[in-house]
Design a protein around this ligand. Structure first.
Ligand code: PLP
Length: 464
């Protein structure tokens, strides 16, 4: 059944216009629309992701160009998708892991243990033992209990004290209420480390995830510099600075990566110059993956809000096949704001817009994606697209109510591959060879009826 509810229309409703598509770039739109066509031909309207691996490579290039002295250790928690990890491993990044499971995932890719920092200040003892067995030495701490555990289970660890940077509430997710040693307690912590004969080698901080205050980085770097002096007084010779994460990953962020770099880089150059010999690392998560992933969901049901509730013009509730228990957990956990886009302009041309709400597929009333937006009249099988869905989405998604997680389809534009030459070839190959048996290759020929030139894209494969 295609059509649901009555076909009410309103002459006073605003009409659909180009602005609804303005943020949906042409290339990406072609890939998504093409995949939608393939999905529909298979009579399968499941939600899916398309992941532009070229976007991750591009981000890496930007990072290297703007912060060449800062080695990124990708925060696995942000998106632990195996293909993402493989591409980043191939590009040579390090990894920030928060648990035994994440460490295992990264080690399984053949990444050496010195490219991992176990950056969780409060660790389960068995996970510390696992890190010790696998020679993962870099780890953060911010309290005495942790030092005692490390002494017992991993006495050769290279420890990094995580400090509490000056508070800034200009971030999507604050972390300071949970982690970080106040500056005035650092000396005491270091004295205990000395007594336990533990090797503390540096300082880390995290200004908050999704930070939109470049001064937060400046203040944190200054605090870290003070802690280097404290450490010196306590008999330590620090040589590592870890500036954490927080860097934006989507193009419409409140503060751009460049704006952060404009403040951060001079601060690093002044307080931790190259001659100091201090190695600088960071733990970016969303920076690398947010914009690489686009989610397409289909409408599974709709209903018109009864006029006695709504009054005035008709409004609709649309139910789609991914929700806050799945990818849109980012709305609850990451305080993300999402925007529904229409993939196919022509289909809705000249149609009026209606007030509507979007709901996920589970039976829970909490499962609301957007409370109030304006869309044309949608029916079962229509598609909506959400951009910038790579960060803190699928890594925390559940299958609550038996709802499947969307599959991912990976692609890299030929033009990007040409630009990247051998690098890209290696990346594509590394993405293709592993686990081929467990996934489906989708190197499909262009559909004859499709206006899209699929040859412009190299679809890699689908996987969960
Ligand atoms: N490092 C640590 C310790 C974190 O807790 C987080 C996120 O919560 C990150 C890095 C990544 O932060 P972001 O994705 O904002 O870069």
């Amino acid at each position: 059944m295609k059509d649901i509810g009555s076909s009410a229309s309103s002459s006073s409703s605003p009409m659909i216009n180009e602005t609804m598509y303005a943020n949906f770039d042409n290339d990406l739109s072609e890939v998504v629309c093409d995949k939608i066509k393939i999905t529909e031909t298979e009579d399968n309207f499941d939600a899916f992701y398309v992941a532009d691996m070229g976007d991750i490579v591009r981000k890496h290039k930007i990072w290297k160009a703007l912060l060449p002295r800062v080695q990124p250790f990708y925060a696995v928690k942000c998106n632990d998708n195996a293909e993402v990890l493989k591409v980043l491993a191939k590009l040579g990044t390090g990894f920030d892991c928060a648990s035994k499971g994440e460490i295992q995932k990264v080690l399984d890719l053949g990444v050496s243990s010195d490219r991992i920092i176990y950056a969780n200040p409060c660790k389960q003892s068995s996970h510390i033992k696992y890190a010790a067995r696998h020679h993962v030495e870099f780890m953060t701490f911010d309290n005495e209990t942790e030092l005692l555990k490390v002494k017992e289970y991993h006495p050769n660890a290279k420890l990094v004290v995580r400090i509490l940077p000056p508070a800034s509430d200009k971030c999507q997710c604050e972390l300071g209420m949970k982690f970080g040693c106040h500056l005035k307690h650092v000396a005491k912590l270091l004295q205990l480390a000395k007594k336990l004969e533990l090797d503390v080698i540096g300082v880390s901080f995290h200004v908050g995830s999704g930070c939109y205050d470049s001064n937060a980085y400046l203040s944190a770097v200054k605090s870290a510099h003070e802690v280097f002096s404290v450490a010196h007084s306590e008999g330590f010779q620090f040589n590592l600075l870890d500036i954490g994460g927080g860097f934006p990953g989507q193009p419409n962020a409140k503060l751009s990566f460049n704006e952060i770099v404009d403040v951060l880089k001079p601060a690093l150059d002044a307080l931790f110059p190259e001659e100091s010999g201090v190695q600088i690392i960071a733990e970016p998560g969303r920076f690398f993956v947010a914009s690489a992933f686009t989610l397409a969901v289909s409408v599974i049901s709709s209903r018109q809000v009864p006029s006695e509730i709504q009054g005035g013009e008709p409004s609709y509730m649309h139910y789609v096949n991914d929700g806050v228990y799945g990818s849109f957990n980012c709305i609850l956990f990451d305080h993300a704001e999402v925007e529904a886009l229409l993939p196919e302009l022509k289909k809705y041309e000249d149609q009026p817009l209606y007030q509507c709400s979007l709901w996920g597929p589970t039976c829970d009333g909490l499962d609301c994606i957007i409370k109030d937006c304006r869309l044309p009249r949608l029916t079962t099988g229509d598609w909506l697209v959400f951009k910038d869905m790579g960060a803190y989405t699928m890594s925390a998604a559940s299958c609550f109510n038996g709802m499947p997680k969307p599959k991912c389809y990976y692609f890299m534009k030929n033009v990007v591959m040409e630009l990247l030459n051998d690098d890209a070839h290696d990346i594509v190959c590394c993405s293709l060879v592993a686990n081929v048996a467990a996934t489906t290759l989708i190197l499909q020929p262009p559909l004859s009826s499709s206006p899209v030139n699929l040859m412009d894209y190299n679809f890699l494969k689908a996987g969960h």
